[in-house]
Design a protein around this ligand. Structure first.
Ligand SMILES: [Zn+2]
Length: 300
């Protein structure tokens, strides 16, 4: 099932540390890991996102960031992943500067590991510009992302991030956006047309608009599908409902990703196995997912 050239394009640093490490860091901080920390099927995206708060509380120093980046790379090697793009939001880790957060993670990366910097939905556009500037000067940082989800209370929306994403494109940085994660397909269209997204995280509602399917195919956009995560957040009721097989049949460049190995208790080989079984994927379809994971890389 696994291939030495397999790429993992969508894995969050703060959702993918080792369980033992989390318990050790929590113990050191004098806090108890909640029994209910891991994702459960149908829990809803807001509840899922709230689980990150506890983990972030114990990831507020450079040595911890370096350690978990190193361990995530080591775990990926065990999964036969030959190319790993880890993503994280540098401003959530309490270091004295964003540069310090980023450099702490870079210090832990192995040769096959790269970094994507996340803005969160609702964050100020100035922060995005700052992240783009920091990424530009660091070869191991290969892209930017918008993670989390929109809220009616947010002052800033996707429309406010166009300038920062255009700048990222000018500077040659990869662009991906969490879009259509159970939300309207128009979000996917906007991310591609106005934020120059080359990849879309999740994109589960893509089939709601055939014109957006055409747009995704015409632009060669890679969809980073995370079916187990979508099952947990209630975007789909079961893995068999995921539209990935139809996407493949339509020629959409989709690949499989884990999103959060700790919180979803998943690895990339297990995700391939689970999704192949649930959707009755053919060997050719599995190979196409592998190929798309290579073609969608932000770094060579
Ligand atoms: Zn994600």
């Amino acid at each position: 099932m696994t291939s030495p050239t397999l790429s993992e394009l969508h894995r969050h640093l703060d959702g993918s540390l080792r369980s033992d490490t989390l318990f050790e860091l929590a113990n050191r901080a004098g806090v108890h890991v909640p029994d209910s920390l891991l994702f459960k099927p149908g829990m809803g995206l807001d509840d899922a996102l709230s689980r990150f708060g506890f983990i972030l509380n114990v990831l507020q120093d450079a040595p911890s960031l370096t350690r978990i980046a190193h361990e995530i790379c080591e775990d990926a090697e065990q999964e036969a992943i030959g190319h790993l793009e880890i993503r994280f939001a540098p401003h959530l880790h309490g270091l004295s500067s964003l540069a310090d957060s980023i450099d702490a993670v870079i210090d832990g990366l192995h040769d096959h590991g790269y970094l994507i910097l996340c803005l969160l939905y609702g964050d100020p556009p100035d922060l995005l510009e700052h992240l783009v500037d920091l990424a530009h000067h660091r070869p191991r940082v290969v892209g930017i992302d918008i993670a989390g989800g929109p809220s009616p209370g947010h002052r800033w929306g996707l429309g406010d991030y166009g300038h920062g994403f255009s700048k990222a494109r000018r500077l040659g940085l990869g662009r991906t956006v969490h879009a259509g994660e159970g939300r309207p397909v128009a979000e996917i269209k906007f991310a591609i047309e106005h934020l120059h997204a080359q990849r879309i995280g999740h994109g589960v509602t893509l089939l709601d608009d055939p014109n957006v399917v055409d747009l995704v195919r015409a632009r060669g956009v890679t969809i980073e599908a995370c079916p187990t995560s979508n099952w947990h957040t209630g975007v789909i009721n079961e893995i068999a409902e995921h539209p990935l097989k139809t996407w493949l049949e339509l020629g959409v460049e989709v690949t499989l990703c884990t999103d959060n190995t700790l919180l979803s208790d998943i690895s990339l080989p297990r995700e391939y196995s689970r999704v192949s079984d649930a959707l009755s994927l053919t060997q050719d379809e599995v190979e196409q997912l592998h190929l798309n994971s290579v073609r969608g890389r932000f770094a060579c």
